[in-house]
Design a protein. Sequence first.
Length: 235
Amino acid sequence: MNRGYHRPQEDRSTCTFYTKIGACRHGEKCSRKHIKPTTSRTVILSNLYENPRLNKNEDEFNPKQLQEYFDQFFKDVFIRFSGIGKVVAMVVCENENNHLNGNVYVRFSNTQEADVATEVLNQDWFNGRPVHCDLSPVENFVEANCRAYDDNSCTRGDHCNFMHVRRPTKAFEDGLFRSQQKSFLLRKLEEARKQLAPKAEPEKAPVTAEASVEEPPKEEAQPESATTMIQQLFA
Ligand SMILES: [Zn+2]
Ligand SMILES: [Zn+2]
């Protein structure tokens, strides 16, 4: 019954910019479908990083200060995110167009952590502005990256639809991920200690002959795993 005028099917096909880069310049008005994921390990925080270069007072920052400013921002938000879940990767855009400007993408170690992040972070404020956090379909940050920008040769300026990634100082970033790893191991260790604690309690009571006879043999797997964790910490 295809009588009359009808639009060709590709009109409503999927928007590859939304799928691969997590944002498209047409936003809600895009003629192609933006299929929001129902589960994802990646979340997007739109326009979170305020690039001083785009502000009027850009002259106040020399390149070194700009990097220090960015490193501090990266640290502040990284610590917030790693308090929610294990951050596997984090990317910050410094594009000059509205749909990518200051976007922060965070990949967590699992989808549950990303779900919690969208719940919790949407109640946050950052630098006096409400935070907006959503699940993102972006799977591959390398594919989304504008390589020309990395080489200082992107000529598309604010028309570029790929990520212009601002990177923290390498050693600084490595230090943050190492600290996160240590804090996760410490948390696991603490959990293991708590599991061991109730076993220690009955020993405080006076030991009678019957009690020691009734004491069933218990699995002793926990102390071993705790030791392994300590070894990992100081490896
Ligand atoms: Zn689109
Ligand atoms: Zn570019």
